[in-house]
Design a protein around this ligand. Structure first.
Ligand code: TXA
Ligand code: MG
Length: 329
């Protein structure tokens, strides 16, 4: 449903966001596929709509630097660039606040969070009306070009978005600059309209581009620079029963799952078992994935056994992360 972005449509879009739906919103860079950043199931729907084969972390859109400070640790450098470039096409990667309430899926289990205060009046009005931070990747299928008009969004996403807030073509037309301020030195992970030189002027130090960042449109490049969340505890996939000493990351019913040497998985203490989704719902599983992996990733645990997740839809992205976890552990 395409709606011209007037007050009534924005109010309707805010209701959709609050009830867990998805809205394509215009920003000054590209159209974003927006959902409530605190609602794990909504975030899972975004990955599904995009057909992302992996959970790249998403940008959290807020109304002001003050609101960004509720989610992320704003250093002196962060305040300086925020004052200079926000609202605008700049995203900051910052240490995530423990009590930010942002879905672990949105930040892909990382200790950092990407935040941006967009400049577009409709995006700003939607953030305000929804009253929650919005995650918004570009509103296109994974692997296709980022959309800069409402028609692009409709062509790419069709019915998987509940409303397209139409407000003409995007002024910048290129995704925001992603500046990583979480490390020892600031580095631009994704080039955009605000250049490393612009940022250098504000910070008074040399700021470079991450070597592999490549073309602005190459969607994989910044993702490849990411440190992925890696559990310390070894991970075993496709478990059909438990070895003794293992803890369980379940999916679906565990009624018939046994423990080798005796016992039933269902009798494990609460601290040793998490169920991604008792009903076998992939949205729920995706929303729970990182938080549950972290909960089971304890020094006292020798190994995390993970039940089979079907390799369909969101299951492809869930399995992508589980395989990485199994390799890392
Ligand atoms: O202009 C934009 O930024 C648009 C509009 C809608 O705001 N959004 C956008 O989102 O381009 P997306 O999801 O397509 O790109 C997010 C980028 C990815 O390159 C991702 O790897 C990076 O931000 N990113 C997000 N969180 C990160 C983190 N914690 N650490 C490093 N990179 C991160
Ligand atoms: Mg994108």
């Amino acid at each position: 449903m395409i709606k011209t972005a007037n007050n009534e449509a924005i109010a309707g879009a805010a209701e959709i966001i609050k009830s867990g739906g998805l809205v394509a919103m215009p920003t000054e860079t590209v159209y974003g596929l927006a959902g409530n950043a605190r609602d794990g199931a909504a975030v899972a729907k975004i990955y599904e709509a995009k057909g992302r084969p992996a959970f790249n972390p998403l940008i959290v859109h807020v109304g002001s630097a003050k609101d960004a400070g509720e989610i992320a640790e704003m250093s002196a450098q962060a305040h300086a660039v925020a004052t200079a470039f926000w609202p605008g096409p700049l995203t900051l990667v910052l240490p995530r606040k423990a009590d930010s309430g942002i879905s672990e899926l949105a930040t892909a289990g990382l200790e950092t969070v990407a935040v941006r205060v967009p400049g577009h009046k409709t995006a700003r009005a939607l953030i305000e009306a929804a009253g929650v931070p919005l995650v918004a990747p570009s509103a296109n299928k994974s692997g296709s070009l980022s959309p800069t008009t409402p028609a692009h969004v409709a062509d790419s996403l069709g019915d998987s978005v509940d409303m397209i807030l139409a407000d003409g073509a995007c002024a910048v037309g290129l995704e925001s600059t992603v500046l990583d301020l979480s490390g020892d030195v600031p580095v631009v992970l994704r080039p955009g309209a605000i250049t490393a030189e612009d940022i250098s002027h504000v910070l008074g130090i040399e700021v470079g581009y991450a070597a592999e960042s490549g073309e602005p449109d190459a969607p994989k490049a910044p993702g490849m620079l990411l440190k992925h969340y890696a559990p310390e505890t070894p991970v075993r996939l496709n478990a059909v029963d438990l070895e003794s000493g293992e803890v369980l990351l379940a999916f679906g019913s565990i009624r018939f799952m046994g423990i080798k040497g005796g016992g039933a998985a269902a009798d494990l203490p609460d601290s040793q078992i998490r169920n991604l989704s008792e009903e076998g719902d992939l949205h729920e599983a995706a929303a729970n994935l990182f938080a549950m992996m972290k909960a089971l990733d304890q020094p006292a645990h020798t190994r995390i056994a993970v039940m089979n997740i079907p390799e369909v839809g969101l299951g492809i992205a869930i399995n992508d992360r589980l395989r990485r976890a199994a390799e890392a552990g």
